[in-house]
Write a protein that binds this ligand. Structure first.
Ligand SMILES: NC(=O)c1ccc[n+]([C@@H]2O[C@H](COP(=O)([O-])OP(=O)(O)OC[C@H]3O[C@@H](n4cnc5c(N)ncnc54)[C@H](OP(=O)(O)O)[C@@H]3O)[C@@H](O)[C@H]2O)c1
Length: 271
């Protein structure tokens, strides 16, 4: 492993790690010469090797890396960390593992480890996600710049304190699930109203994607957009009024709170 340049290790290179690695290589944020991947799966190692990447089976071989991306599943972390070993060196660990805090990572990899916890959401798969970057004590501006450049290749990033982990998880992490539930309800009623299911599915998906894009591009917020598409006495107003009468707003807020509380409970070791 050359020490003339910063060496990057990926601990686990499955769906999420592989997608992040590929996007960062394509964007030129990472280069095949400086990336090392520890991956148990032989087929994945073969693919990575064919790209010119140093792909190894054991995490122990990442010990010399300056920056390590932790991309194994949360329940795989402890054994992977034991293989990697702790270090007195101040290396950077960027974690995408859901629900594992910086304290746990430092305990396993060494107290001087500079940790940034990251929470990407599902649309990163089409490079349209949002990733919350939560730098822990000790990480530097340069560390954060590097993490931002990495996750900007798969969508957008927001920097937040680690104390917001469960709020972030409940809002942007679980958000694609809530929006999918709304899409399901819209589809059920569209079919009930006589629309062809395949066409209705496409129309609903495009409606949600287009509305999301409007919300992204116009900075006035969701209330302003709702007002701009709601004519007094019109169809949208009638639909929204009925949804409000049935408690849609309270249901969404209460659901997000339940997701937040579930996250805290899981972190406390409850199943
Ligand atoms: N997928 C998402 O939408 C999403 C969203 C937000 C956050 N995340 C987080 O991203 C992380 C990765 O998720 P994923 O969906 O990419 O999981 P995944 O596809 O299972 O990838 C993990 C990979 O790491 C390998 N691995 C496990 N232990 C290892 C070890 N000791 N040494 C080397 N390789 C090892 C696994 O091999 P085996 O298959 O042999 O176990 C697997 O190929 C998770 O912590 C998850 O919480 C995922």
């Amino acid at each position: 492993m050359s020490k003339n340049s910063i060496q990057i290790g990926f601990l686990g290179c499955g769906d999420m790690g592989g997608m992040l690695l590929e996007a960062a290589l394509q964007a030129g944020i990472l280069t095949t010469e400086t990336v090392h991947v520890a991956e148990r799966n032989a087929d994945k190692r073969e693919t990575l090797s064919s790209w010119g990447i140093d792909a190894v089976e054991s995490a122990a071989e990442l010990a010399g890396c300056d920056r390590i991306i932790l991309a194994v599943r949360p329940q795989q972390f402890q054994s992977a960390a034991e293989e990697l070993g702790d270090s007195e060196d101040s290396r950077l660990a960027i974690s995408i593992m859901a629900g594992i805090g910086s304290d746990t990572i430092r305990e396993s990899l060494g107290e001087s480890t500079r940790v940034i916890c990251c929470m990407p959401n599902a649309p990163v798969k089409i490079h349209a996600g949002v990733t919350a970057l939560m730098p822990a004590q000790g990480s530097t501006d340069e560390d954060l710049r590097f993490a931002s450049s990495l996750f900007d290749t798969i969508g957008s990033t927001e920097v937040l304190p680690e104390s917001t982990l469960w709020a972030v998880t409940a809002v942007s992490g679980s958000g694609p699930g809530y929006i999918s539930l709304v899409a399901e309800a819209m589809l059920q009623e569209a079919v009930q109203q006589g629309l062809d299911p395949t066409i209705a599915r496409r129309m609903i998906a495009r409606t949600i994607a287009g509305t999301g894009q409007l919300l992204v591009e116009h900075d006035d917020g969701p209330e302003a957009l709702r007002m701009s598409v709601t004519t007094p006495g019109g169809t949208t107003e009638a639909g929204i009024r009925r949804m409000q009468e049935l408690g849609l707003v309270e249901a969404v807020r209460s659901g997000i709170k339940a997701a937040h509380d579930r996250g805290e409970s899981l972190a406390d070791g409850n199943q």
